[in-house]
Ligand binder design. Structure first.
Ligand SMILES: Nc1ncnc2c1ncn2[C@@H]1O[C@H](COP(=O)(O)OP(=O)(O)OP(=O)(O)O)[C@@H](O)[C@H]1O
Length: 539
């Protein structure tokens, strides 16, 4: 998707406004120039008439230019806002598998750096448009003033643009490389923040991360950005000097070769001098636009889905009266390194009945968490089929199918907002009652539908994550080693009181666990072994 194209479609009227105001401002500017030429140089007016006329023209020009400026600034910031909201929504609509392949550093780099670059580009875009219109108006006036001088100016400008283009290509290549380095820098920042405890314990590790990984990337970034800025500075100087040069050329051609009289040459030079500022503005906007185009290419390479404004899960919904969920020969394999196959599970067979409490056991790395993501529809099976009451869950039913599940994953994120069924506010009395049950009433308060503090111990955070999952009131609860961080007393309470209570309320629970003391609580215990699920007997 071309974001700039999207912005143009969405902000057609706004950009048309900028264009009209730019044309009006350019027209008034040309009129000021023409007035100076015709009424003050060529055929001077008496000052008493000329001055109020001139002041009126200036006031009108100021007014229109200010209006254009206000319009451009607000439009630029609206574009940025629109860009941010579409980008975050596209990330929210991206499949987990794709997000995992990209990795958090690349996604954060795009949300931070690419939106930053596109911000500069979008803020600069209307100004660049204004510069283009002003220059077109100015050059049209120059063509009218003296066609031969204009032809010479065009030839000179063609040479200027050819060299500038070459320098721009170099700037572009450097900006592209600098952007690649930014992905690596974000991975370094991530290591610094997420590894802060280990790095504080082991200063040697911190030193090596800092001096070897981070410095290498920071130096590469510095070098690429410096070269990009140098080429760009060179470009600005080149454009400035060539504009001064064309003024000299025009005077030489007017005076030396007799192509125009002194009055015309003076107005011509004055107009060129005036155009120098918007031209320089255009040249200065170019790095922002290059950064924006590189950011756009980068965003495109991340292959986020198209922007869609809705969060609604349309189409098929699981029937409220479902009774049976089957995994039939489901297989899944991670992409490996350099063309090799990664870890795989399956063919997996599972026949889950509504209201069952099922435990899943298996060694480390046997694929239990992978199974949980397949079961909940977060991963697409590579083979086999998932069926709900015999209805196959293909692509069109997957989003609806996910609505059956609430989960506490091993790497859960604890949100502060409490939500009830279907995304509505959670019932406050329900939430308080669950807080009591989870022995957290004296630790956490609920304020305006949010948990007021989530800075707790890992076991307490997991209890809160369970509270969030329970309040959603989805029919199937998936827990990935939930009890592993709980103290023995609460673990006992969880297995012997909480799970039976959930079962009595009709909830289907799939719990990944190693707690063999409590296997008797489950209706069935399944074992994931060598990529397959086997039923084990409960002793
Ligand atoms: N995103 C991923 N990309 C590639 N391979 C992965 C990914 N996630 C997990 N794996 C691989 O899949 C295998 C199973 O991982 P999984 O997390 O499902 O195991 P598990 O049974 O839950 O282990 P544990 O008991 O240690 O939590 C591991 O060998 C791991 O290397």
């Amino acid at each position: 998707m071309n974001l700039i194209g999207l912005m143009f479609r969405r902000f057609r009227l706004g950009l048309l406004g900028v264009l009209l105001l730019s044309v009006a401002s350019a027209g008034l500017t040309v009129q000021v120039m023409a007035f100076v030429n015709e009424r003050l140089i060529q055929d001077p007016m008496d000052l008493e008439t000329a001055l109020p006329y001139f002041a009126g023209l200036l006031a009108a020009q100021f007014l229109v230019a200010t209006l254009a400026q206000i319009w451009m600034t607000t439009l630029g910031h609206r574009l940025v806002y629109e860009l941010r909201r579409t980008l975050v929504k596209r990330v929210l609509d991206t499949d987990l598998e794709h997000l995992e392949t990209l990795g958090p550093a690349r996604i954060l780099a795009s949300l931070g750096s690419d939106t930053g670059h596109l911000t500069s580009a979008f803020i600069g875009l209307p100004t660049a448009l204004y510069g283009v219109v002003l220059n077109l108006g100015g050059f049209a006036y120059l063509a009218w003033l003296s066609p031969p001088l204009f032809q010479a100016t065009l030839a000179w400008m063609a040479l200027t643009v050819a060299v500038a283009w070459m320098l721009l290509r170099r700037t572009h290549a450097r900006v592209e490389r600098a952007r690649e380095v930014e992905d690596r820098l974000y991975a370094d920042y991530q290591a610094v923040i997420e590894g802060r405890k280990e790095l504080a314990l082991n200063r040697e590790r911190a030193r090596r991360l800092y001096e070897e990984d981070f410095e290498r990337d920071a130096i590469a970034g510095r070098n690429e950005e410096t070269r990009a800025d140098l080429y760009n500075g060179l470009n600005e100087n080149w454009a400035n000097t060539m504009i001064l040069g064309v003024i000299g050329l025009c005077f030489f051609l007017a005076q030396g070769a007799g192509w125009a009289d002194t009055g015309v040459a003076t107005t011509y030079a004055l107009t060129l001098l005036f155009l120098r500022t918007p031209l320089a503005g255009l040249v200065t906007a170019v790095p922002g636009l290059i950064g924006g185009s590189v950011a756009l290419a980068k965003l495109k390479s991340l292959e986020f889905p198209e922007y869609s404004p809705t969060f609604k899960v349309r189409g098929w919904q699981p029937p409220a009266t479902w009774t049976r969920l089957e995994l039939d020969s489901v297989t899944y394999r991670y992409p490996g390194n350099e063309g090799e196959d990664g870890f795989g599970v399956g063919p997996l067979h599972l026949d889950l009945r509504r209201g069952e409490t099922v435990f899943l056991i298996g060694g480390n790395g046997s694929g239990k968490s992978t199974f949980a993501r397949l079961l909940t529809g977060l991963y697409r099976p590579h083979g086999g089929e998932i069926r709900l009451d015999g209805v196959p869950i293909g692509e069109t039913r997957r989003a609806g199918f996910r609505r059956l599940f609430a989960a506490v994953f091993a790497d859960f994120h604890l949100f502060q907002r409490l939500l009830g069924p279907d995304g509505f506010e959670a019932d406050a009395a329900d939430a308080r009652s669950w807080l009591e049950t989870l022995a957290l009433a004296d630790k956490v308060a609920i304020d305006g539908g949010r948990l007021d503090d989530t800075r707790l111990s890992q076991g307490q955070r997991k209890r809160l994550a369970l509270l969030l999952a329970l309040l959603e009131e989805r029919p199937i609860l998936v827990l990935d080693e939930w009890a592993a961080d709980q103290d023995p007393g609460f673990r006992r309470f969880f297995y012997t009181e909480l799970l039976p209570r959930l079962k009595a309320a009709g909830k289907t629970v799939v719990a990944i666990t190693h707690d063999e003391h409590y296997f008797h609580v489950a209706d069935r215990v399944l074992k994931l072994d060598l990529g397959e699920i086997r039923e084990t007997t409960i002793e």
